[in-house]
Design a protein around this ligand. Structure first.
Ligand SMILES: [Zn+2]
Ligand SMILES: [Zn+2]
Length: 164
């Protein structure tokens, strides 16, 4: 079974066990969320679901996300413009955010899984939560012709990339 499919079944079983109704529309919303590696917003999930079920309202998407939050089966990432959701990994983990296309991906955290706990422990904190976002320009955006040419380091001084 594919990871997406088994994750989808796991989430459906969890919602059923909580007594939540599982409708075809709800399954479509869950599938759009879980199969998307891009950490979609509610608007994006709505777009995806409407390709198959055009009558789906955005309220249904909000409602399903609420249920997932109550069940602890989705990670909500708050941003200024719109919140984004990770239905594959519903626990805190680092994210890479592209400042150009706004795509959000899960980096390879091999060997760094315990970073938050280590940082907290070292300072005598009891860990209750963590959020770790790294901002940059993704490989796709770097290779786009509109992006600044590679190798053009701000060595000559007063370019806007230069810090103050
Ligand atoms: Zn990008
Ligand atoms: Zn993620």
């Amino acid at each position: 079974m594919s990871p997406v499919r088994s994750r989808l079944e796991e989430v459906i079983a969890k919602l059923r066990a909580r007594g939540n109704r599982i409708t075809p529309q709800r399954i479509a919303i869950l599938r759009a969320l879980i199969s998307s590696p891009e950490h979609p917003s509610v608007e994006r999930i709505h777009e995806l679901v409407r390709q198959d079920l055009p009558t789906t309202s955005i309220a249904s998407v909000y409602k399903t996300i609420e249920l997932l939050k109550e069940a602890g089966e989705v990670l909500e990432l708050e941003f200024d413009q719109a919140n984004h959701y990770d239905g594959q990994r519903p626990y805190p983990h680092p994210h890479l955010v592209c400042v150009k296309c706004r795509r959000i991906v899960d980096p390879d955290t091999d060997g760094l899984e315990d970073l938050g706990r280590h940082l907290a422990e070292r300072a005598g904190y009891r860990l209750v939560g963590q959020r770790f976002d790294v901002y940059g320009i993704c490989p796709v955006c770097q290779s786009e012709p509109m992006a600044s040419p590679p190798g053009l380091a701000p060595a000559t001084g007063d370019k806007q990339q230069q810090g103050r």
